[in-house]
Design a binder for this molecule. Structure first.
Ligand code: C2O
Ligand code: CU
Ligand code: CU
Length: 510
């Protein structure tokens, strides 16, 4: 079997294990003695001692994917590839990516544009390219129904018609999504419109993508095996845009971070080491009416958040993930990484203030309205099932009228934490356990965390792309659960595209 078919992360180690104590840490220690009592911010009493403050590797920024305009369409080309990547200095991992061996370039397009994607599969196994969070016809969505065989090219085209936001793309092959995504097949898909002018938008300078994945590393620094947890496989080290222990040397005092949790299972409870507030400006599907000040932000796999971080002169801080509660038993929370503290990114700021104020108002994305709801549905999450069923590619679980707005009530009655993602829409979370949802879930969303015992109500607007034969998916985005079959399918119908008889009905009639 070739390297991309293996079950585990089985990287080869070349060279010595990474040295954990950097030179700067040592110098810092000596400095602390020499200048004790001085007001150096990094010597402040009570600040947690953490490797994050010594991160030195410049943060990689995924390149923007080039495009060309052909017949009025913006045309992009992607190739699914595999290989080995030195994700940690001295340690090579078997990885997969788009246009490279790990992650993929950032795709950027403007609302209103027609785009065309050519995706070539250079892997030795089938893959797909799914545009997560995009509102588009089901035939273009890159689900298991649009499988790309090795050495084939698949093309998708649609018109972008949704607000400025940070989406992403990743494979969705039947039963193999965890393998391919956790090895690195993930990239950002940024949509621009003219409403986000108030936000920093110089890509890679003050508008920074952060794609967070976790990998397993053994105590000696060699590659390890991810821990099997109730929510999927958990790595013990984080890699940001392919960078281990990254440092972002900001040249401006206001930095916009587009954060994507591209991990298979791990959730991140993000905060700043200074405990300062940051400003949430966007959720999965668009911007908020105005920035919301937060000190913590919990992101489950596939969720995105856009935040602004205001850096005071000479700032040196760490974005980190801290313990959180996934609602499971104590042991299951621990196994699922919920009690870990992980340093993600060191951010240093300029010594003097450089441009940028947090805007008062943003061009906000319109939320679907309760008044438009015509149909209500209920879904119950089991350990790996939705309404007691496991994914069947030939079964349509839900038939929905094109253009309808529906209320979906989703209850997690299982022993595990889950999240819930619906393709082809951006929804509003109207309540969690009967109460107003937390700030981070008040904008447009396509994925929402549903901890054990929780019930969420979603107002889901469906598009006009009626197609009774090609389904969209909805599923848990903890990828091991998804691969286990925690996924179902819906079709959009209208008068010209009436529901098709189910396979069982066909047997009855023929
Ligand atoms: Cu991120 Cu079904 O997808
Ligand atoms: Cu999706
Ligand atoms: Cu799940």
């Amino acid at each position: 079997m070739s390297t991309d078919d293996g079950e585990d992360f089985s990287p080869r180690r070349d060279g010595p294990p990474p040295i954990r104590i950097s030179r700067r840490t040592l110098l810092l220690g000596i400095g602390a003695l020499a200048v004790s009592g001085a007001a150096g911010y990094w010597l402040t009493e009570g600040q947690p001692s953490t490797p994050g403050t010594s991160f030195t590797t410049p943060l990689r920024v995924p390149p923007l994917l080039e495009s060309e305009i052909i017949d009025g369409e913006r045309v992009f080309r992607l190739a699914a590839q595999s290989g080995e990547t030195e994700l940690i200095p001295g340690t090579r991992f078997s990885t997969m990516g788009f246009n490279g061996t790990y992650l993929g370039p950032t795709i950027r397009a403007t609302r209103g544009e027609r785009v065309r994607m050519h995706v070539t599969n250079e892997l030795s196994m089938p893959t797909t390219a799914h545009w997560h969070g995009m509102i588009l016809p089901a035939t273009q969505d890159g689900t298991p129904h649009q499988s790309i065989k090795p050495s084939e090219t698949w093309s998708a085209a649609w018109q972008i018609n949704q607000p400025a936001t940070t989406l992403w793309y990743h494979p969705h092959p039947h039963g193999q999504t965890e393998l391919q995504v956790s090895r690195g097949m993930a990239g950002m898909f940024i949509i621009d419109d003219d409403s986000s002018a108030a936000l920093p938008s110089n890509y890679g300078v003050d508008d920074i993508p952060l794609i967070i994945q976790d990998v397993a590393v053994s105590p000696g620094g060699s590659p390890g095996t991810a821990t099997a947890a109730p929510i999927g496989r958990i790595g013990n080290s984080v890699i940001i845009n392919g960078t281990h222990q990254p440092r972002l040397e900001a040249s401006t005092s206001l930095v916009r971070l587009r954060i994507l949790n591209a991990s298979a299972a791990r959730c991140y409870n993000l905060e700043l080491s200074t405990q300062e507030a940051f400003h949430l400006v966007g959720t999965d599907g668009g911007h908020l009416p105005s920035p919301e000040s937060l000190t913590q932000l919990l992101l489950s796999p596939a969720e995105r958040a856009e935040i602004l971080v205001q850096l005071s002169p000479g700032a040196d801080l760490v974005l980190r993930s801290t313990p959180h509660d996934l609602g499971m038993s104590h042991g299951d929370n621990i196994a699922s990484g919920a009690e870990d503290t992980l340093d993600i990114l060191r951010i240093t700021g300029p010594n003097v203030p450089v441009s940028g104020v947090v805007p008062d108002a943003l061009g906000s994305a319109e939320l679907p309205r309760m008044a438009d709801v015509t149909t209500e549905r209920h879904f119950t999450l089991g350990n790996t099932t939705i309404n007691g069923k496991s994914m069947d590619m030939s079964r349509i679980d839900t038939v929905i009228s094109a253009n309808a707005t529906e209320m979906w009530t989703i209850s997690n009655s299982s022993n595990r934490a889950h999240n819930f993602h619906i393709h082809g829409t951006q929804f509003a979370v109207s309540s969690r356990n009967g109460r107003t949802p937390e700030v981070q879930n008040r904008g447009l969303k396509d994925t929402v965390l549903i901890s054990r015992g929780d019930t969420v109500e979603l107002i889901v607007p469906f598009s006009s792309f009626a197609d009774s034969s090609t389904p969209y998916m909805y599923h848990c985005h903890l990828l091991w659960h998804e691969d286990q079959g925690m996924m179902a399918q819906y079709v959009l119908t209208d008068d010209e595209h009436p529901p098709e008889p189910s396979p069982d009905d066909q047997h009855d009639h023929h």
